[in-house]
Write a protein that binds this ligand. Structure first.
Ligand SMILES: Cc1cc2nc3c(=O)[nH]c(=O)nc-3n(C[C@H](O)[C@H](O)[C@H](O)COP(=O)(O)O)c2cc1C
Length: 467
């Protein structure tokens, strides 16, 4: 097998003292790969787009002098290096809330019509650089990633997505947090297989890949939001499901969001993926994976498919209802915590006679008793394409306070599924809840909760259509 081509790009002006550079080097070491090409953009800055460049790229009557300028400014070489790479590691320093000027200049050099993207029918841009894995190490002084002044990460996502690169892992060295970045790298290399979910979407070596990815005790739950049915898969049955979901090397498959959370002392590694695949009839799909020993131990999928044809074991209506475990266990357990959580949430959204939520603050305080101090809540809205992450109690207080009022009319609220896995030695507890509240603007929603051995919520993933 041909070895992977790795392109390493340093985007900081701070040479050997650069944090993003050090972390990028550590990442490559952990991944066990050597770069085939290394570009230090501060030492050899890409030239800015000038008249020669524009003429040579866009004018069919460009002069030889125009065209020669491309090779002397290394623009053609930059495109070739970029296209040849299977894996790209970009060390990105945040300068003035964005990428450094040299990184922007490099982006300008590699975005070339007819090479890295093209204009298709109707003048719509089409990506020509898909199938690459991109790691971006981001170092900042004071700005936290995914906050309003971080213009760097959304820009890189958009720009690279435009060229066709959607499998992007950001290594977060914001505020000089090298230890945090290193922990993320350690987890990447071990806990969450880096090729998930790529294999689902690219076909190929099914059986060996499946066996390498899934834990021997893996359970996969799938809820079809379209006809409110659920199927559960274990052992080799999981292959049946994967083959059904997997449409070969279908170009219409699109990953809209992919986030990995590394394991901590109390929480297992988890990943959260949103995708769609028009030609397989799948839309608004999410997958939450919980990893044990580096393999998928539990996977909760919420999908939309017109009828689920091709899968035998869908449970609907009464069959679905009867598999809901009884709630309200007295002793400390996942069941007890989930019961409390479920009922307090109900109190938060049920309005009183005056149409107001009674004591939203008190309800919120009661509700967040179920969450650990270092909980992470990750919310993906298929409708808006917005992904939000709330870290710790302070942020989730605000999240819940803002959430209750979005439930304007809960008269048609319904919970189709709640599934509870108690913790076992070395295994996290889980709950899968599928609900909707159409009159409040939630035509479908699914929550996956991951509990620690003290029955506290450590991770919560919410996949919603909120219009
Ligand atoms: C010119 C310049 C502009 C910067 N602008 C920002 C900024 O807008 N926000 C921020 O959080 N940090 C900013 N910083 C701090 C850097 O992001 C921080 O030092 C980071 O570690 C740089 O990455 P590096 O260590 O890989 O060079 C800036 C630093 C420089 C030199």
């Amino acid at each position: 097998m041909a070895s992977k081509q790795v392109l390493l790009v340093y985007g900081s002006g701070n040479g050997e003292n650069s944090i993003s550079r050090r972390v990028a080097d550590a990442l490559l070491k952990k991944l066990g790969v050597e770069p085939n090409v290394t570009k230090d953009l501060a030492v050899n800055p890409p030239t800015l787009v000038d008249e020669n460049w524009v003429q040579a790229r866009f004018n069919p009557n460009a002069t030889d002098a125009n065209k020669n300028a491309l090779s002397t400014t290394n623009s053609d070489a930059a495109v070739e290096e970029f296209l040849a790479a299977d894996t790209i590691v970009l060390a990105a320093a945040m300068y003035n809330f964005h990428v450094s000027g040299s990184v922007k200049a490099w982006f300008d050099q590699i975005a070339v019509v007819g090479k890295t993207f093209k204009y298709g029918e109707g003048g719509n841009p089409e990506a020509l650089s898909s199938g690459k894995k991109l790691y971006v190490v981001v170092a900042t002084g004071g700005v936290q990633l995914e906050t309003p002044y971080d213009f760097l990460t959304p820009y890189i996502k958009h720009f690279m997505g435009f060229l066709g690169i959607t499998d992007i892992t950001f290594i977060d060295a914001a505020k000089g947090n090298v230890e945090g970045a290193q922990a993320q790298i350690d987890a990447l290399a071990g806990d969450v297989p880096s090729d998930w979910p790529a294999f689902l979407l690219t076909g190929g070596q099914f059986e060996p890949t499946y066996k390498a990815l899934y834990h021997s005790e893996a359970v996969v739950r799938v809820f079809n939001q379209t006809d409110t049915s659920m199927a559960v898969f274990q052992g080799d049955e999981i292959m049946t499901l994967l083959k059904w979901l997997q449409p070969g090397s279908d170009p219409t498959c699109q990953i809209n969001n992919k986030t990995e959370f590394p394991s901590t002392e109390k929480a297992p590694a988890t990943s959260f993926v949103a995708w769609e695949n028009a030609s397989a009839g799948l839309s608004n799909c999410t997958s939450v994976c919980v990893y044990v020993e580096g393999k998928i131990y539990r996977q909760n999928l919420a999908i939309e498919h017109k009828d689920g044809a091709g899968i035998e074991n869908w449970l609907k209506a009464d069959a679905l209802e009867s598999r809901k475990p009884e709630l309200g266990k007295a002793e400390p357990s996942v069941n007890k915590c989930f019961t409390h959580h479920f009922s307090t949430f109900g109190a938060g959204v049920a309005k009183g006679e005056n149409g107001m939520i009674p004591c939203a603050e008190a309800t919120m305080l009661e509700q967040i008793k179920d969450h650990s101090n270092d909980v992470i809540i990750s919310v993906w809205n298929h409708h808006s394409g917005i992904h939000e992450i709330f870290n710790g109690k302070t942020e989730i207080r605000e999240y819940f306070k803002n959430l209750y009022p979005t439930f304007g009319d809960v008269s048609d609220m319904n919970a189709f599924v709640w599934d509870v896995d108690e913790c076992a030695t070395g295994k996290p507890g889980l709950a899968f809840l599928v609900w909707r509240s159409p009159k409040s603007g939630y035509p479908s929603a699914a929550d996956s909760f991951v509990f620690d051995s003290n029955f506290m919520i450590q991770r919560q993933f919410m996949a919603e259509v909120h219009v």
